[in-house]
Design a protein around this ligand. Structure first.
Ligand SMILES: [Zn+2]
Length: 357
């Protein structure tokens, strides 16, 4: 198997849009090969995906999984990943076109070049009874949000609305759309059956109950409108998720009333008193550390997490044993202040330890 050989091909001509993949089963592949021979059709390396356009043979031996093989002298630069993305793109375009054309009043053109020749829309959908045109862009590879907007602006010279369909939600352009208008649409295809689904990617729920996820529906569940694609069954899913979140939200017990805030002046006096009382015993060589520790303990007292007696006791004790883990446990490690102070005390105690050894 040469580097550009892979499981994809198009049928009938090098510029055909009829994608096939080599069946994984060798007997199935051999049947596909003899069927093609009997009907006089051949497989080609697609020029639409950047392939060489050469005729391909379906190799279905006993050792390797079946694949489409180039002629020995073929010069083809198609890589595995570009083949996969390119042929998937072709297959999705085809599936979308077939789907659109199932509606008798709709018309669908593929690869429509914009008037200024600067862009090429994947699909343009027009209607017999509406002059507006909808462009569909299938985006399987990563794209930045800026580039998506730049391309949309070009397409909008030829169509009235552009709908992007992303292969992967892990795509900046896709995220940008979710941020801007709460959702983006995704597309996927089963390359064996050529069944194609569209997905709604966005927040399902309400308040803080829910998640950003994709709900997939087959093409038949979607409706084409001049300003985009809609699925009534996804609307139902979203409504249910929202109702469920609302019920959860309503069932939450009401928050207990906050305890009345202590009057500040009393605590200001405490702060002043702590500062003066511990001036000589707590980190006597470092006023900045002393003030940070006193402030942290003072704030906890104001918030009602410590009472005044405990705060005093703590500071007295701290003056004697600044490296003790007991202090860390008491303050906890969640608060940013506590973390800063614990870090400072760690450094301080390490210094004391180092100076001893
Ligand atoms: Zn090729």
């Amino acid at each position: 198997m040469k580097r550009h050989d892979n499981i994809y091909a198009v049928v009938g001509a090098a510029d055909s849009r009829e994608v096939v993949i080599a069946p994984a089963d060798k007997y199935e592949a051999r049947t596909m090969r003899s069927d093609a021979k009997a009907s006089g059709t051949s497989f080609y390396c697609s020029v639409a995906v950047g392939g060489c356009g050469g005729k391909l043979k379906l190799a279905a031996g006993d050792v390797r999984l079946p694949y489409f093989s180039h002629a020995p002298e073929a010069a083809c630069s198609l890589t595995d990943s570009s083949a996969r993305d390119g042929y998937t793109h072709l297959a999705i375009q085809k599936a979308l076109k077939l789907w659109v054309e199932r509606s008798p009043q709709l018309r669908c053109d593929l690869e429509v070049t914009t008037l200024d020749q600067k862009g090429r829309s994947d699909l343009v959908i027009g209607s017999a009874n509406d002059s507006r045109r909808l462009g569909l862009e299938v985006q399987l590879s990563p794209l930045t949000h800026d580039e998506m907007q730049r391309r949309s602006a070009i397409y909008l010279k030829a169509v009235d609305h552009v709908q992007w369909l992303y292969g992967n939600e892990d795509n900046q352009a896709c995220w940008g759309e979710v941020e801007r208008r709460r959702y983006a649409l995704r597309v996927r295809i089963n390359m064996q059956t050529l069944d194609c689904d569209l997905g709604y990617y966005g927040f399902h729920g309400a308040h803080d109950a829910g998640s950003i996820q994709t709900t997939w529906r087959p093409l038949a569940d979607w409706i084409i409108r001049p300003n985009g694609l809609f699925s009534p069954s996804i609307k139902t899913v979203l409504e249910e998720a929202r109702e469920q979140a609302e019920r959860l939200h309503a069932a939450k017990p009401p928050r207990p009333p906050k305890p009345a805030a202590p009057t500040v002046p009393a605590y200001e006096a405490l702060h002043t008193s702590l500062k003066s009382r511990f001036q000589h015993t707590l980190f006597p060589d470092n006023a900045a550390i002393r003030l940070r520790v006193i402030n942290a303990i003072y704030r906890r007292t104001v918030k009602g997490q410590l009472d005044e007696a405990t705060a005093t006791e703590l500071l007295e004790w701290l003056g004697r044993k600044p490296w003790s883990s007991w202090w860390k446990t008491l303050l906890g490690t969640r608060s940013k202040d506590a973390e800063i102070i614990i870090h400072v005390i760690d450094v301080h105690s390490r210094r004391r330890h180092d100076s001893k050894t």
